[in-house]
Design a binder for this molecule. Sequence first.
Ligand SMILES: O=C(O)CCC(=O)C(=O)O
Ligand SMILES: [Fe+2]
Length: 164
Amino acid sequence: LETSRLTDMDCANGLTFVGHYYPACPQPELTLGASKHTDDAFLTVLLQDHIGGLQIFAENHWIDVPPVPGALVINIGDLLQLISNDKLKSVEHRVVANRAGPRVSVACFFSTSLMPSSKLYGPIQDLLSEDNPPKYRETTVEEYVSYNFAKGLDGVSSLLHFKI
Ligand SMILES: O=C(O)CCC(=O)C(=O)O
Ligand SMILES: [Fe+2]
């Protein structure tokens, strides 16, 4: 694909910043900082501080994403998985609670969810072929994000609802 393809499709038109504050937790084994989920946006850029706690689920287990000073974490989100027809996978992640703290992180979501638009997103035509038919129906960012929000963090991917 052209390097400008995602911006041409308006995937970078909306940017939402969320600041997270995780208080120090006296009994971290009893809870979580953030329960497991995937991000619904196209891409997430995340800055975490030195405390740590972010984990991704890969190869059937939880793996720490240790903080690296000055580094940003890039997450592929559900909408990028949808338009790439599963070529890029949105990563399941969570934040464990920590005795040390507080922990602060800033997540920056590339998504137009706060600027409702009727633009439809489906698997990108140029990526499809007879051997790689579309796996998802078209949807708007607003529909996807509303469905995901209404469903809540139940550990089930919202992408399943949009599968053909
Ligand atoms: O605090 C973190 O490191 C992750 C936050 C997160 O997963 C999110 O905002 O979606
Ligand atoms: Fe997240």
